[in-house]
Design a protein around this ligand. Structure first.
Ligand code: PMT
Length: 402
């Protein structure tokens, strides 16, 4: 069943240019099974018509506190009680300020005051208005009261400015909505996850690295977050965005990743080593760009610390999950690493197969413990990660019980 199945969502639309994206947002929420009722401010109607929203939501749009007909159908108090969540998208500086002050001078602000449902605010405004102290104070006040603040994103704005203040993309809002309702089975757990490649410098302009995109590790971070864990993501250089809500630690070399892993691991419940860490680094990094001087050249390499093995040898070691990226004899090599590195579990992927592994959007894993193995079939990395996180938790709980 989809996580948003039968969830009752009030979508509050206020008067910003991003309102033009809301019919798509309604469609996507409904595709996920949600029942969506739209409430519009007067300003919103300058950007998009109630008729459009009525057509896509399949429900009458509410836009007035003082409309006797609308009050007969589903009155504002009834609507406030009906909602499982109120999502305000776009949320202008004005509606943010009015909700923060507890005003009830239109239908949307009144609903926010009359509801016990959680309120998610997806800000959308000019970057200067977002940074204004008044807005920041209002956002701080709403956060303190338990409102969810989704975004804003950064980038080019309708007014031509560049900066923070764009409404999150529709996909991101739908993802955050289903994350909100997801089963929070990892509450009170802290996961530290390594992801992406490392870069081992040769000289100031060159390095040794690999094809890891970070997609697998980031998907695991997202899956753990949506299940309610606190997540620290230690990441090598990648070109993708981290999931909202994790503590993000950027590193470049294996040595930096090693340092950060040893700093955070002693305080976590579960450590997942998904990073593709360079086994070797250059013995002596040239301080100046190396010039072509002969037909051949040699680099002396020295072994890097084994990060996951060093974390597993801590006195208070967390539940340890490693990865094995293999091109042959997958089970044999994976089981060898499981034992040698003193891990609880190892997730093996066959990176010789096309359409999975490094830099692909999909993956397939086999999860080995000392005594059993479980296949996670080929699927998007997010689906694989959701499955993996749930399996890791089952093994974690079983170890605690034993
Ligand atoms: O990032 P993507 O493009 O999404 O690709 C995902 C992935 C293929 C990188 C991922 O699924 C994966 O397999 N990650 C582990 C890659 C790897 O380095 O595997 P390994 O078999 O060489 O290492 C075994 C384990 O030891 C891994 O958990 C690794 O993080 C860890 N290790 C390795 C070397 C080292 N110096 N320190 C380590 O901690």
């Amino acid at each position: 069943m989809q996580i948003l199945q039968d969830k009752k969502i009030v979508l509050g639309i206020s008067g910003g240019i991003a309102a033009y994206k809301t019919p798509e947002l309604v469609r996507r929420l409904k595709e996920q099974g949600a029942d969506v009722r739209v409430v519009m401010t007067e300003g919103a109607k300058a950007f998009i018509t109630p008729l459009t929203l009525q057509a896509v939501s399949g429900n009458q749009v509410a836009d007035s506190l003082l409309d006797t007909q609308a009050e007969l159908a589903m009155g504002h108090i009834e609507l406030a009680k009906w909602a499982d969540i109120i999502i305000i998208a776009p949320a202008t500086a004005d509606i943010v300020a009015r909700i923060a002050c507890g005003m009830a001078n239109d239908l949307l602000s009144t609903l926010c005051l009359a509801t016990t449902a959680p309120i998610a605010i997806t800000p959308a405004m000019n970057q200067q208005m977002w940074h204004a102290q008044a807005t920041q104070d209002n956002i701080a006040k709403l956060t303190e009261r338990g409102c969810l603040i989704w975004g804003p994103g950064s980038g080019e704005q309708a007014c031509g400015d560049i900066g923070l203040g764009r409404m999150l993309e529709v996909n991101d809002i739908v993802t955050l909505s289903s994350d909100f309702f997801a089963d929070k089975y990892l509450t009170h757990q802290h996961w530290v996850i390594t992801a992406g490649p490392t870069r081992e410098a040769i000289d100031p302009v060159r390095y040794i690295s690999n094809h890891s995109s970070g997609k697998m590790g980031y998907a695991i971070a997202h899956a753990a977050l949506r299940a309610g864990a606190k997540v620290t993501l230690i990441t090598g250089p990648v070109a993708i965005s981290a999931p909202t809500g994790c503590e993000l630690i950027h590193v470049s070399s294996a040595e930096e990743m090693h340092q950060q892993a040893l700093k955070f691991a002693p305080h976590c419940s579960t450590f997942v080593a998904c990073a593709a860490v360079a086994d070797y680094r250059v013995a002596k990094i040239a301080t100046q760009k190396i010039k072509k001087s002969s037909e051949a050249m040699q680099l002396e390499l020295v072994r890097n610390h084994d990060i996951v093995a060093d974390v597993a040898s801590l006195k208070h070691k967390p539940f340890m999950v490693g990865f094995a990226a293999e091109t042959q004899n997958v089970e044999h090599y994976a089981r060898g690493k499981l034992m040698r590195k003193n891990l609880d579990l190892i997730a093996a992927n066959d990176v010789a197969k096309s359409g999975q592994g490094f830099n692909s959007d999909n993956n397939a894993l086999t999860l080995f413990s000392a005594i059993d193995k479980t296949e996670i079939p080929l699927a998007s990395k997010q689906i694989v990660a959701n499955h993996l996180v749930s399996l890791i938790n089952q093994h974690f709980l079983a170890k605690q019980d034993s």
